[in-house]
Ligand binder design. Sequence first.
Ligand code: ADP
Ligand code: DP6
Ligand code: CO
Length: 351
Amino acid sequence: MVYEATTSAPVNIACIKYWGKRDTKLILPTNSSLSVTLDQDHLRSTTTSRVDASFEEGDKLWLNGKEDVIKDGGRLWVCIKEMRAWRKELEEKDSSLPPLSSWPLRIASYNNFPTAAGLASSASGLACLVASLSKLYELPQTPSQLSLIARQGSGSACRSLFGGFVAWREGSDPSGNDSLAEEVAPRDHWPEMHALICVVSDAKKGTSSTSGMQRTVETSSLLKNRLEVVPERMEAISQAIKSKDFEQFAKITMIDSNSFHAVCLDTSPPIFYLNDVSRAIIALVEELNRASGKNIAAYTFDAGPNAVIYALEENMPVIIGAVKKYFPTTEEFEDPFKTQTNDLPEGFDVR
Ligand code: ADP
Ligand code: DP6
Ligand code: CO
């Protein structure tokens, strides 16, 4: 009999960025971070895990149809090992359970968006792997407990085990057992909040997040300043989310994105994740906000040139209209708001 489980996990996009590890093996961060998990029906990973006593020995994983080798001691290996250990505990307590923990695994995962392009595929991908194994092994662990394992696959993945607004607490225990994700507010706390994903490039990035942040930790003196200011930002943005204060949410999100990219530039050799189109999007949003007399949109960029613009539903048509006007695309893009407007705020002027 084959046992199999399929799950999906969405991407999360950080407003307060994780960038730097204090422990590279356990993936313990140099700072806490906070993100918004996108709705399941957009950017997501889907993973099927299977076990069968008759499979040839050794676990195997395919990513987007291509085999990804599970290196001994590597991140995928660690996640699988930890999940299997939890299953083994269950089997030891209840001998009527089938011995799934001793059978080889076959895992197939697909992303419905560009992989390794700065759109957080490692976040949805590793969260999904852990979720699918948890379902296959029928584990009782909570999402926060599962986040401890996903974190060891890719730091940002720990936050994708929750929907809505999520914090990853850096923790202080050397074991890493308090470095976990928890919900700040559920999705339905602020249903008016939306994210517009602007794909500037779907190419694989030149510097992976893992190697980029390691270089920053080793060479950037500006990182020290960033680590001093982040705790206040975490506190302030959590408050802004709780009180649904978009103005404040936007201000902190944009400042932290810029602070993260400044630290990348302060790295030696420097890391350039933003390109001219990214910077033009920053200018467009800044001008929209200025001309509106308040922040109606918040840009943020992960480790790549692609922009995510957070905005409240009522302001999305104006923002989409502006993006369509200044960045026309040949491909039709999915617009749930069916934006027709070309109305920009009075006095709007970008050059
Ligand atoms: P991104 O900006 O897309 O998160 P990263 O450099 O952080 O880029 O991570 C990309 C890596 O994450 C991939 O090369 C792959 O090893 C891993 N990954 C991405 N998606 C999945 C998935 N669905 N399942 C397993 N691993 C994945
Ligand atoms: C810029 O989680 O991809 O997206 O832990 O080495 O796998 P590893 O790195 P990863 O880094 C994400 C960096 C970021 C910011 C964030 O998501 O918080
Ligand atoms: Co990543």
